[in-house]
Design a protein around this ligand. Structure first.
Ligand SMILES: C[S@@+](CC[C@H](N)C(=O)[O-])C[C@H]1O[C@@H](n2cnc3c(N)ncnc32)[C@H](O)[C@@H]1O
Length: 222
């Protein structure tokens, strides 16, 4: 395990065992360090930050970053705030991406990370969600969108079953009405329709039992 991940997990030591377990499971099942490595310094929005593990990694790795985590689930916001107490370059807020924009944040962020959030929304809301994220970014800002790819593989079917357990059975993940995992060509088209130029599609599934894919995109120049 990398020192950075170890340091980040230490932050969660004081949380109840179920929350600690959730965060540790997340650390080992999602390629968060690969996302951190591609995230620029500056002001970064972590949309749907959950327990805030990615926000923690971004803040610890880059004292030059200011991280704004936002999530609509008040329970997760409370755990994230507790874990990040005293860390000067992070702020965690309860809310949605639209509320972040309404709070006076248009064009303010150097980067936005959206890690395993989009699939929880109904598909008809994806375009609006992505356009709002684009509105948060400065010209030349970077979107890092991590999704599980709907590639028809056994990993894809396992991921769907796992999410059903987390959302519907255990209620540990708050969905907003969706559970769609798309092939990368479709996801790339969705990003382009929402006004992004996709710079890189990175396969991050190797070594994981989930088909992780990272889309690195920038607002298109009109
Ligand atoms: C699978 S968790 C991922 C958490 C975190 N991004 C990570 O990678 O560890 C999905 C998160 O998306 C949040 N979420 C659900 N609907 C959302 C929405 N409409 N806007 C922003 N976040 C949302 C959930 O509350 C949950 O914390």
């Amino acid at each position: 395990m990398s020192t950075l991940l170890e340091q980040a997990l230490l932050r969660y030591d004081g949380l109840p065992v179920a929350e600690r377990f959730h965060v540790h499971a997340r650390a080992f099942s999602a390629p968060l360090s690969a996302m951190v490595a591609r995230t620029p310094m500056g002001v970064v929005a972590d949309i749907g930050c959950g327990h805030g593990l990615l926000s923690t990694l971004l803040a610890l790795e880059g004292p030059g970053r200011t991280v704004h985590g936002v999530d609509p689930d008040p329970r997760k916001v409370a755990w994230a705030r507790r874990a990040l107490a005293g860390q000067p370059n992070v702020r965690i807020e309860e809310g949605t991406v639209e509320e972040t924009l309404d709070r006076g944040a248009p064009g303010r962020f150097d980067a936005a990370v959206v890690c395993d959030v989009l699939y929880l929304l109904p598909e008809e809301k994806w375009a609006g969600f992505l356009s709002t994220v684009r509105g948060l970014l400065k010209p030349g800002g970077r979107l890092l969108l991590k999704e599980v790819e709907g590639d028809g593989s056994w990993k894809h079917r396992k991921a769907l079953a796992q999410e059903w357990v987390m959302v519907s059975l255990l209620g540990r993940t708050k969905a907003s009405g969706g559970m769609a995992l798309k092939p990368r060509a479709e996801m790339t088209r969705d990003l382009e329709h929402a006004g992004f130029s996709v710079r890189e599609v990175v396969d991050l599934g190797q070594g994981y039992t989930t088909p992780h894919v990272l889309y690195v995109a920038e607002p298109s120049v009109p």
